[in-house]
Design a protein around this ligand. Structure first.
Ligand code: DOR
Ligand code: ZN
Length: 364
């Protein structure tokens, strides 16, 4: 059977949940989910418990990753109200700096613009600052990039006004890049989604995600401006079903294991090209975040295999997916990571600790 061979994918936006919330996910399960999805490198977000914002908390995350990760990884630092100097001094050990300019899950948030400047000034320009900044906040973040002449990467864009803003900023030479998540490309606020049981009229927590699912017009604008989008990223944000179906559902969707099948199905339907996937899931993230090559690393995909997405087949601990029941075409069969067979036909074949920190000393 002919296999499609692709480079290992890089996902620059993953919530691993360790330290602190390992009932949702941990370095072992997140990296198993990654490998099963054809992702050989993940960059982990800092809104853990505690958040990653200084040397001690960075060590907490990196120690857990070192012993448990099965694929390669980097760890973002979080920008807090008073850690601009510390974050800059730790930059070489981190994937980059994440700034939460809008409210979302976790404690890291910087609403006051006087808190942004020190980070824009201090953090080295060799890697971008990643912004969670929606709508008009995004415009403010891009202005800061222009004022301080430094690269910013906008996480998970979802709106027409956002993709048009980024297009205009790029045309004027502002150093801005962006990513889009599969759920903002394939779902709208009106899509039928799996519902929790016995919920009555309450909000369906399984719909909750930040940025929120948008309108059909927004989704179409993202597809029409695919050339403005630099990266695909999952924003893999696992929460358990019990939490999603509770009275106070946290926002977030898992995504590592559905990324590639959804994208390949879009290729099959003529909406994307394979080169789009390679550019936005390998070449661009590597360039933007200054990530090392992974030698002898590839994935093999059975292009013709059709199957149904089912949460029970997933490695993520969270136990659900917003794409439950979707019919997709293109199955990851084999993943080879740095010369070792890491995944084959549903089985993870590398042990915990095989994953490498992309910013480890020996690599610089
Ligand atoms: O839906 C989201 N969930 N958006 C975010 O920005 C954070 C994430 C999480 O950590 O759960
Ligand atoms: Zn996120």
């Amino acid at each position: 059977m002919p296999m499609l061979k692709l480079p290992g994918l890089i996902d620059p936006h993953v919530h691993v949940r360790e330290p602190g919330q390992t009932h949702k996910e941990d370095w072992d399960t997140a990296t198993q989910a990654a490998l099963a999805g054809g992702v050989t490198m993940i960059l982990a977000m800092p809104n853990t418990k505690p958040p990653i914002f200084d040397a001690a908390t960075l060590d907490l995350a990196l120690d857990a990753a070192k012993s448990k990760a099965r694929c390669d990884y980097g760890q973002f630092l979080g920008a807090g109200p008073d850690n601009a100097d510390i974050a800059a001094s730790l930059s070489g050990k981190s994937a980059g700096l994440k700034m939460y300019l809008d409210s979302t899950f976790g404690e890291l948030r910087l609403d006051d613009m006087t808190l942004w400047g020190p980070h824009f000034i201090n953090f080295p320009k060799s890697v971008p600052i990643v912004l969670h900044a929606e709508s008009r906040t995004m415009a403010a973040g891009i202005l800061f990039a222009a004022l301080y002449d430094r690269p910013v990467h906008i996480a998970h864009i979802s709106l027409k006004e956002e993709v048009l803003l980024i297009k205009a900023a790029k045309e004027r030479g502002i150093k801005v890049t962006c990513e889009v998540c599969p759920h903002h490309l394939f779902l709208t606020a009106d899509s039928p989604l799996p519902e929790g049981e016995g919920l009555g009229v309450r909000v369906n927590g399984r719909r909750e995600v930040r940025p929120r699912l948008a309108t059909q017009e927004d989704v179409e604008a993202l597809w029409q401006n695919m050339d403005v989008i630099d990266c695909f990223a999952t924003d893999h944000a696992p929460h358990t079903l019990e939490e999603k179906d509770s009275d106070n559902p946290p926002p977030g969707f898992p995504g590592l294991e559905t990324l590639l099948p959804l994208l390949l199905t879009a290729v099959y339907n003529g909406r994307l090209t394979l080169d789009n996937i390679i550019q936005k899931s390998v070449v661009n993230p590597r360039k933007i975040f200054n990530l090392p090559e992974q030698p002898e690393t590839w994935i093999e995909v059975d292009e013709g295999a059709e199957y149904e997405i089912r949460a029970v087949d997933q490695y993520s601990k969270c136990g659900w997916t917003p794409f439950e029941g979707w019919q997709v075409k293109g199955r990851v069969r084999r993943v080879v990571l740095r010369g070792r067979e890491a995944y084959r036909d549903g089985k993870i074949l590398v042990e915990t600790g095989y994953g490498r920190n992309v910013r480890a000393e020996e690599r610089t």
